[in-house]
Design a protein around this ligand. Structure first.
Ligand code: SGN
Ligand code: CA
Length: 505
């Protein structure tokens, strides 16, 4: 009798746990690398590169003011995983090694019964923790026939194009999961990171498009010291061989990436780029004509690389539909940061200026988000961790610095933050962007460049959305500057950024 009773209790408890799990939503985060908001249809791009992302946006919400707190790969991922700023999670620039033993939120999801997985680009040097399954690209990964590091620590090459391979591995894990429990999965796509290598089937897809130069392509960086010091311009930094695949340039990628391709890929790749090169050499371009040719090639390769990305997002959405998972799965699309598509004459990211501080953020959350929602409220990538925890019904630990977006997801007009904090550290470093930190409010941006050179910048985003006029020091903006400095100081204090505090007078 006693035995039967305890069996019954266990059975009822089990049912209860199962019911709880079934009511918890699954979460998929598609995290791409360097995907510029400007190139996405849902954000106004006219080139039709993202039909599947646009479909996701129509079924959910598009956030126009989603920012990263440190616009570079590893740090952005560390912020997402911890809900803490770089100076607290310890991963300030791409050369750091992430301490994965810290309190990353997937560990809390695991404890709450979730199955967790991270597939694809990771780029945090240490191995993932808090994941039942992981299969990651070493470092930046390769576009063609990429190598993957398995949980056993061994590295093996997988035939195919990186975006396809990553998605297939992720979906294969999903197919084999324990269906009685909810899941959290990150699909970390390498694309469209430099050097923008499209899938073979997408080569030349944008060759008919003449991309207009951004209005500030020929920026003279007047009154902006850091912008003038950078090394990330299409004109000077972008390489004809390395970036744009012209083999006659002594500094070309040929040996590194062609060596990874199989004969069929190589033949088609060469056929495409050799034709472009033949035409390029005939033209003997110099000066502005050469810079603008580089810009067109950059845009064509970049957009072509995003085609596979979008196709694979479609694959994930179809998988959810076909497996009856769409209704109970939150799908988040975001990138580790934004990217310059010629604005200020640049490629790359790092700066606190809009194109790199902004990141795409599209979310579908059936039953919570009204389809077709567009939100202009501010969110930061430090807010992802608490949001996922709350959505999963897990308590948000107090050391988390971000804020849950749940109130905003339920009501697109709710305000969860009136400003976004930013701090970039990688100097000296590739692309020569000085260290800086600052605050972005709904109208203004105040930036403190520090250490190697010390100065301030102030922008009025309403009258100067392209951030061309540094207003710092102008009499008219004195009161605004003082107020922003006060707010910035408060953010540094609240977020315990001791290093930043030292540079505030
Ligand atoms: C590589 C790129 C850089 C890029 C960094 C960081 N050079 O080093 O252009 O800024 O990654 O990118 S490359 O020659 O290797 O392409 S990040 O997205 O990983 O942070
Ligand atoms: Ca990146």
């Amino acid at each position: 009798m006693k035995k039967a009773l305890s069996f019954l209790i266990l059975f009822v408890l089990g049912l209860n746990v199962l019911a709880q799990h079934n009511s918890k939503p699954n979460i998929i985060v598609i995290l791409t690398d360097d995907h510029a908001v400007q190139s996405i249809g849902a954000y106004g791009s006219k080139y039709g590169a993202t039909p599947n992302l646009d479909r996701l946006a129509k079924q959910g919400a598009v956030f126009n003011k989603a920012f990263v707190a440190n616009s570079i790969c590893g740090p952005s991922r560390a912020i997402l995983l911890t809900g803490k700023y770089s100076h607290i999670n310890g991963f300030k620039d791409n050369h750091d090694k992430f301490d994965a033993s810290q309190d990353v939120f997937p560990k809390r999801l695991q404890a709450a019964g979730f199955q967790t997985a991270w597939v694809g680009k990771w780029h945090l040097l240490s191995y993932p923790q808090g994941f039942d399954y992981w299969n990651i690209l070493p470092g930046q990964g390769q576009y063609y026939n990429p190598s993957f590091i398995s949980m056993k620590g061994d590295t093996s090459r997988v035939e195919g194009y990186c975006t396809d391979v990553t998605t297939d591995i992720a979906l294969s894990w999903l197919s084999k999961r324990d269906e009685s429990r909810p899941f959290f999965m990150v699909v970390g796509e390498k694309a469209p990171h430099r050097t923008w290598m499209p899938d073979i089937q997408d080569l030349g897809k944008f060759d008919d498009v003449n991309f207009p130069l951004p209005a500030n392509f020929y920026d003279s960086y007047n009154n902006r010291i850091a912008a003038a010091m950078q090394d990330m311009s299409v004109e000077k930094t972008m390489k004809i061989g390395y970036d744009l695949k012209m083999k006659s340039d002594p500094d070309n990628l040929a040996s590194a990436f062609l060596a990874r391709m199989n004969p069929d890929q190589k033949q088609k790749w060469n056929a495409y780029y050799d034709r472009i090169e033949e035409d390029f050499l005939k033209q003997k371009l110099t000066g502005k004509a050469l810079t603008e040719w580089k810009f067109q090639r950059y845009m064509r390769d970049y957009y072509s690389t995003t085609l596979s990305l979008d196709r694979n997002i479609g694959k994930i959405l179809d998988f959810l539909d076909q497996n009856n998972l769409a209704k109970n799965t939150i799908v988040v699309y975001t990138s580790d940061q934004g990217f310059y598509l010629g604005e200020h004459g640049w490629f790359d990211k790092r700066f606190m200026y809009e194109e790199s501080m902004r990141t795409p953020f599209i979310i579908r959350y059936p039953g919570v988000i009204k389809p077709g929602t567009v939100s202009n409220q501010m969110v930061s990538n430090v807010d992802f961790a608490p949001t996922f925890l709350e959505a999963a019904g897990v308590a948000i630990p107090t050391p988390i610095q971000g804020r849950s977006m749940m109130p905003l997801l339920k009501n697109p007009k709710a305000i969860i933050r009136s400003s976004a904090y930013y701090h970039f550290y990688e100097y000296p470093g590739e692309h020569s962007v000085l260290k800086h930190f600052g605050i972005r409010t709904s109208r203004y941006k105040l930036i403190r460049f520090y250490d190697h050179k010390n100065f301030w910048e102030l922008y009025d985003l309403q009258t100067d959305p392209h951030e061309m006029k540094n207003l710092y020091g102008q009499q008219k903006y004195q009161a605004i500057t003082l107020d922003l400095k006060k707010q910035l100081k408060q953010l540094c204090v609240d977020n315990k950024d001791e290093e930043a505090l030292k540079w505030l007078e």
